[in-house]
Write a protein that binds this ligand. Structure first.
Ligand code: SF4
Length: 483
């Protein structure tokens, strides 16, 4: 075993999914005769890939905002009976993976809070970098928090700025003035549905229309699911206010250079989504093609790690002329969050999810494509699985650059000591995962993959260490002693 400078390769605990998603948001003001709750349910279903820990719906029935939320997947939390109870003409929904605050029921969203004019509900995708400081300041002024999420800090500021001010836009602008980080928000008030995208446009948010009803969603794949048409993306720093069939845009002064998260293109977003004009599927195809140019291999078969490596594998195959084939079969009935009660079962979790097609790979030289290597443990197990099934050689190709830094903007990328590429050279990683060769896509090529989008319009912080904003030292430490 290669000794690590900071990490012990064989000690890494999580050998399930290496990167976790952030969250998905959805909202509608129903001007037609749709079943509002079921429409949000299907919208959340389409956004399930963005978060599988918990989900919720908040609904406005004639000014009375109530909700239902729970731990689990959308179909686990929402039964027909529950959806029947959720009546109203406007609603928002949320699918969550926790990056701030634990996975407890209090932290599930949408958050519903009382403020001077009644109630508002809020659903947030992203992560504030200055939440702990704002929270401490608010607590010192007597504020009480029900959750440990940064999203409640936003809700608290909105309710606080609402005191003595009836201008909603002013309240939202004041809130945006204070919060820093990534946020795609949908907010339900007693009369309106509001969408806000942070000034850097780090997380996606778009506008759709179904009949006479406007919809907001993290990704346009949710519009396709409910039969809505895509109108446009919300711009960085823009506030969208939807009320009784009308839509208003407020472009604030906070807009910064667009820095959309490039990892959405590599992994998080659904391939059938188009974000800020660039197709996620085409980006992944392009990444595979560029990878074949940068790191060619002498091989008989190109294989993608299901599901995230498949599209890039097709791109690699098209560029290299090496046939594309299947070599790994995924058990589609294993959920992303299946129970792993013991260390022994943890070690077997990849085998429970994936199995090799021995007859397809016996004696062959394989190019194995995955979207990223974060901790590296899963990759090692998959390489071993293919070798055990008699593959002759495994040439590992990664359709993104080495992940060297954590993410502060809502994607659960491990701290530096758990990132394999931050602790080992590429040659060492090749040995650790027991591959015959290893190649990563360069940052320069990665920035060319979102076809049609300018390369400077992306955040690449986890690869380059260059974040769009300064990261405060106390980031995410909700500690009362600090206040
Ligand atoms: S640091 Fe990486 S994962 Fe986080 S927003 Fe930037 S590109 Fe996306």
């Amino acid at each position: 075993m290669i000794e690590s400078r900071n990490m012990t390769f064989t000690d890494v605990q999580d050998i399930d999914e290496e990167i976790h998603e952030a969250c998905g948001v959805f909202g509608i003001i129903n001007q037609d005769d749709f079943d509002t709750a079921r429409l949000v349910y299907f919208g959340l279903y389409a956004l399930q890939h963005r978060g599988q820990e918990s989900c919720g719906i908040a609904i406005n029935d004639d000014g009375n905002i109530t909700g239902q939320k729970g731990i689990g997947l959308v179909p686990e939390v929402f039964t027909d009976k529950i959806l029947d109870r959720l009546e109203g003409k406007a609603a928002i929904g949320h699918t969550r993976y926790s990056t701030t605050g634990g996975n407890s029921i209090e932290n599930c969203q949408p958050l519903i809070i009382n403020y001077k004019d009644g109630r508002i509900a809020l659903a947030h995708n992203g992560n504030l970098v200055n939440a702990s400081k704002i929270r401490c300041d608010l607590e010192n002024q007597g504020a009480i928090f029900q959750t440990s999420t940064d999203s409640e800090v936003i809700a608290n500021l909105i309710s606080r700025y609402g005191l003595g001010c009836n201008d909603l836009v002013e309240i939202l602008k004041k809130t945006m003035d204070v919060i820093e980080g990534s946020y795609a928000l949908v907010i339900l008030t007693q009369k309106r549905l509001i969408g806000i995208r942070d000034p850097w446009g780090l997380r996606p948010l778009c506008i759709g229309k179904l009949g006479n009803s406007y919809i907001l969603a993290s990704e346009n794949c949710a519009f396709d699911t409910v039969g809505a048409e895509f109108i446009r993306d919300v711009e960085p720093g823009e506030i969208i206010i939807i009320e009784e069939g009308s839509i208003k845009s407020v472009r604030t002064n906070y807009k910064r250079p667009h820095k959309f998260c490039i990892f959405e293109h590599i992994y998080f977003a659904r391939p059938d989504s188009i974000i800020d004009g660039a197709s996620i599927y085409q980006s992944r195809l392009e990444a595979g093609k560029l990878l074949a140019i940068e790191h060619p291999a002498e091989a008989d078969l190109v294989v993608g790690v299901p599901d995230s490596g498949i599209t890039a594998a097709i791109g690699f195959s098209r560029q290299s002329g090496i046939p594309y084939g299947e070599a790994l079969i995924k058990n589609r009935y294993v959920g992303r969050t299946f129970i792993q009660p013991t260390q022994k079962l943890r070690e077997q979790s990849v085998n429970i999810k994936l199995n090799a097609l021995r007859k397809e790979i016996e004696g062959k030289r394989i190019v194995l494509i995955d979207d990223s290597i974060v901790r590296g443990t899963t990759t090692k197990i998959i390489v071993q699985m293919l070798k055990d099934a008699s593959a002759k050689e495994i040439h590992m190709r990664i359709s993104s650059p080495p992940v060297l830094n954590p993410c502060y903007f809502g994607i659960d990328i491990a701290s530096k000591e758990n990132l394999i590429a931050a602790n080992y050279s590429i040659e060492e990683i090749k040995e650790l995962i027991a591959a015959d060769s290893l190649g990563f896509l360069s940052v320069a090529s990665l920035l060319k993959t979102p076809v049609g989008a300018p390369p400077h319009s992306f955040c690449t912080g986890c690869f380059t260490g260059e974040y769009p904003m300064e990261i405060p030292q106390e980031m995410n430490k909700f500690s009362l002693e600090k206040c």
